[in-house]
Write a protein that binds this ligand. Structure first.
Ligand code: ZN
Length: 150
């Protein structure tokens, strides 16, 4: 177990003792972007931009979740995404992409949950200015499966 940050998990309010990859390492690898350089920053009109040192996409992490959420339902969502949509992030666009996408329409709820989880993590990983993005608690509840809430 990793040391806690004093923060609480944004989903279940347990101690935030886990580092979550904003973009799962397995997805970065599948997309051929494991060594993709990222520079995060904040730009405000009339002010010099604030940036963090460059790092690889695989090292883009946040410490706002607990081990149980990270290794449980959040990991399950990443596995779901790779199984159902991984073909869309590979460097080579699939020949049968449109029929494959059409067949995934019945998975729209899982896709929405994956998108909300990823958006919440991305937001927590970015520098914050005056116009900070806040998620309603309902969004967090939608991403977090009801059967595993604490
Ligand atoms: Zn949690």
């Amino acid at each position: 177990m990793q040391a806690t940050t004093g923060r609480r998990c944004v989903f279940c309010h347990s101690p935030a003792n886990s580092g979550e990859h904003v973009f799962a390492k397995r997805l970065c690898k599948r997309a051929g972007a494991i060594r993709f350089n990222v520079i995060t920053g904040l730009a405000i009109d009339g002010k010099a931009p604030i940036t963090r040192p460059p790092h690889h996409l695989e090292a883009f992490t946040v410490r706002h979740v607990c081990t149980r959420c990270n290794n449980g339902w959040m990991n399950d969502l990443e596995i779901w995404f790779e199984r159902h949509l991984g073909f869309l992030i590979e460097p080579q666009w699939p020949k049968l992409a449109l029929p494959m996408i059409d067949a995934l329409k019945i998975e729209n709820n899982e896709l929405a949950r994956w998108l909300m989880k990823t958006a919440v993590m991305f937001n927590l990983a970015t520098l914050r200015g005056e116009n900070r993005v806040e998620f309603e608690h309902a969004v967090l509840l939608e991403a977090h499966p009801p059967q595993k809430q604490q």
